[in-house]
Design a protein around this ligand. Sequence first.
Ligand code: SF4
Length: 333
Amino acid sequence: MKEKKKVILSGMRPTGKLHIGHYVGALENWVQLQNEYQNYHLIADYHVLTTNLDTSNIFNDTIDMLIDWIATGIDTSKSPVFRQSQIKEHTELFLIFSMLITKARLEKNPALKEQIRDLNLQSITYGHLGYPVLQASDILLYKGEYVPVGEDQVPHIEITRHIASLFNERYKLENNKEIFPIPEPKLTKFSRLPGLDGKAKMSKSLGNTILISDDLDIIKNKMRKAFTDPNKLRKGDKGNPDICLVYTYHKKFNATEQTDIYNGCSSGQLGCVDCKMKISEKIANFFSNIREKRKELEANKEKVLNILEEGESKAREVAQKTMSEVREAMKIG
Ligand code: SF4
């Protein structure tokens, strides 16, 4: 008998066109995992509201992001893609879970503390505090067993594990069967690509990104301003590639020449302008097929919408089944 594939839930907030940090930190990994696992890909549109109440562009941002997902190689016939807001069961399970976890446990979440500090928030909403609870419902509705995340997201998965245990201890099906698996984080190997300004993370809000859709000219322009070793002012000066973000990009997108770049920089033989132009070409080449594919999809939005509708229908079926088990175990309805 064919063994049932383990389930992975992964998702992103719809923030429009994706950058190459998204590719390195998530998409590349999702594509690799899709043959071995049953993947579900969530478009976390309700999660956007925790930090941004302006929803005027959320649909366009969703489609732009989805185009990047598909162009990158997500096989939507195997791995459903769907919006959180279109599967009502997410909010229903969120409500039930929010009765199980304490406010104190949520306030202890280090990821939340970090976000409050980074975004300089004076206060947070009830929904923002409960964001990991909604995330738990996103994962557990599909009985997710693994969640691909970066280190910074591990505390959220801890909360999901805690909630799943609390529910399983209290409510069981007639045959004493527990409903939810206890999911595990699946750490990505190369989970963060630094931004062009040298900040640890590439992020649209910091304006330090290279988009997957950027062509060579745009990449070159952006790369010109990229942060390098400040002590290497001209060709001939010896540089330190270990503190240069351009070298980080070489390691990822130009691995075969990585040693030459390292030696050229350290000896002074390689100048920063040449080094930056070289990596720009490598990045543009790396994403050229994806850019072509995304152009085709942009010209055929109907196809993209059909994919989304199909994904939502598949996801809804699974979510409804889980919720009927939840209601049965809780003897509600
Ligand atoms: S030569 Fe390349 S690796 Fe060295 S400092 Fe300049 S941009 Fe960075």
